[in-house]
Design a protein. Structure first.
Length: 104
C-alpha cells in the first residue's frame, strides 16, 4: 500500500498569481523514509535540507532534520479542495500549516 503522504507538498499551488514560481517552499516525502525540504526565492533554489520521517499512526508521522537529534511529531489531516486552475488539490493541514499537492 502506498503511503498517502508520499510525494511533494508545496506551500502554495494554483492561485494564478505566478508568485509560487518566484518564491515558496515544499516538502518531498519518499517511500524509504527520507525526505527533502526545498525553499526558493527569485526563482532560485535557496535551501535543500534532508530529513527522515516515519509513520507512527493513521494520521501521524514523526520527522527529524538531518542535523537534529530530536523527532518532531506531526498530526495532520488531508482533504480535497477546489482549485481555480487545476480543478482539485490535496490539502495537508498540520497545526497552522497548509501544504498542497496535485490530485493524480
Amino acid at each position: 500500500m502506498v503511503d498517502e503522504i508520499l510525494g511533494t507538498w508545496e506551500n502554495d499551488l494554483d492561485d494564478g498569481s505566478g508568485l509560487h514560481g518566484i518564491w515558496g517552499w515544499a516538502y518531498e516525502f519518499k517511500a524509504d523514509g527520507s525526505g527533502t525540504y526545498y525553499s526558493w526565492e527569485k526563482q532560485t533554489l535557496t535551501h535543500q535540507d534532508k530529513f527522515s520521517w516515519e509513520r507512527i499512526g493513521d494520521k501521524a508521522i514523526r520527522k527529524k532534520d538531518a542535523d537534529d537529534y530530536q523527532w518532531e511529531t506531526i498530526e495532520y489531516a488531508i482533504t480535497i479542495v477546489s482549485a481555480p486552475y487545476s480543478g482539485r488539490l490535496r490539502k495537508l493541514t498540520y497545526r497552522e500549516v497548509e501544504l498542497f499537492q496535485y490530485v493524480k
